[in-house]
Design a protein around this ligand. Structure first.
Ligand SMILES: NC(=O)c1ccc[n+]([C@@H]2O[C@H](COP(=O)([O-])OP(=O)(O)OC[C@H]3O[C@@H](n4cnc5c(N)ncnc54)[C@H](O)[C@@H]3O)[C@@H](O)[C@H]2O)c1
Length: 277
């Protein structure tokens, strides 16, 4: 089963035009927003939606050509989106990214740590490299951006952080022990950080998406992998009997990061069609 994505097989946005909301009505208008892992998938949907709501969006990722193309496309539609080629694994690249943000904007209002992936493997066959990759991208990589963003937010009097866990933060899938370990950690780390930095007016929450149609749930030909397809076990776990599109997760992220959720801190949002209940 193939499902039409928002972007083509090379990751380039397919939309003809992206409309901005009228000036003065953007839910995150003027907010300097960094979204890691936003060349594709959920990150790209958030970048598009936040930009439509007039945020100043910086996206990162590792697919440079796609990231540049999509940022330019959104700029041509009147959005403020910049791509920065920063690999989340390297502290120096993240530091350079933040130097650029400090120079260009002088602040950061919203940090969304979305970069990530899974490497499913049977436990007894899993390699040390797989373990290090998953703990790295969902562990240290978050620490690098947080340790840059939090001091800036403290200095400017506040900010918003949105972490990305998974339904695997609570409920394991098939053959994903390392992914579960990492994603459960992200969820609890965000709660711990909330206790430490809430008094600085920094709201830290965590979204745990359910199965969503992105590169993570499709094979190279764009077909949904069997577990997520119609009749597959994952779909049956959702009470809505639906797999999400990236925009479904992006809409929840927009509300959580906006002032409409100004008194919401330290929460986990299971945006998963009713899997973790
Ligand atoms: N798709 C799902 O079903 C699902 C479910 C639960 C949680 N999630 C989580 O949501 C987040 C987004 O996933 P997605 O489905 O949009 O994935 P995706 O594969 O569509 O996109 C992954 C993004 O991460 C970036 N990335 C990967 N490695 C990177 C690195 N080293 N440095 C910087 N960027 C890097 C890629 O460039 C890309 O932009 C991830 O944290 C994922 O674990 C996804």
């Amino acid at each position: 089963m193939a499902i039409k994505m928002d972007y083509d097989s090379k990751g380039k946005l397919l939309t003809e035009k992206v409309e901005l909301v009228p000036e003065g009505t953007g839910l995150v208008e003027g907010k300097v927003t960094l979204i890691t892992g936003a060349t594709l998938g959920i990150g790209l949907a958030m970048a598009t939606l936040f930009a439509q709501h007039r945020a100043k969006v910086i996206i990162t990722g590792i697919e440079e050509e796609i990231g540049k193309y999509n940022a330019q496309f959104l700029r041509d539609c009147g959005c403020e989106v910049t791509y920065y080629n920063a690999n989340a694994f390297y502290r120096n690249e993240i530091h350079d990214l933040f130097e650029e943000i400090r120079k260009t904007y002088g602040r950061i209002d919203i940090l969304i740590n979305s970069a990530g992936y899974n490497i499913p493997a049977h436990f007894m066959e899993a390699t040390e490299s797989q373990y290090r990759q998953l703990m790295g991208i969902h562990g240290l990589a978050h620490v690098y951006t947080l340790q840059e963003a939090i001091p800036m937010m403290q200095k400017q009097g506040g900010g918003v952080v949105l972490e990305f866990g998974s339904k695997s933060s609570d409920r394991p899938g098939d053959y994903d022990p390392f992914y579960c370990m990492a994603k459960a950690g992200v969820k609890l780390m965000s709660k711990s950080l909330n206790m430490e930095f809430g008094p600085d007016n920094i709201r830290i929450n965590c979204i745990c998406p359910g199965p969503t149609i992105t590169g993570m749930t499709q094979d190279n030909d764009g077909n949904i992998v069997p577990a997520f397809a119609k009749g597959g076990p994952v779909l049956k776990q959702t009470s809505l009997r639906k797999i999400a599109m990236p925009i479904d997760i992006a809409k929840a992220a927009l509300i959580i990061c906006s002032d409409y959720a100004g008194y919401v801190a330290g929460l986990t949002y299971n945006v998963d069609g009713g899997i973790v209940i």
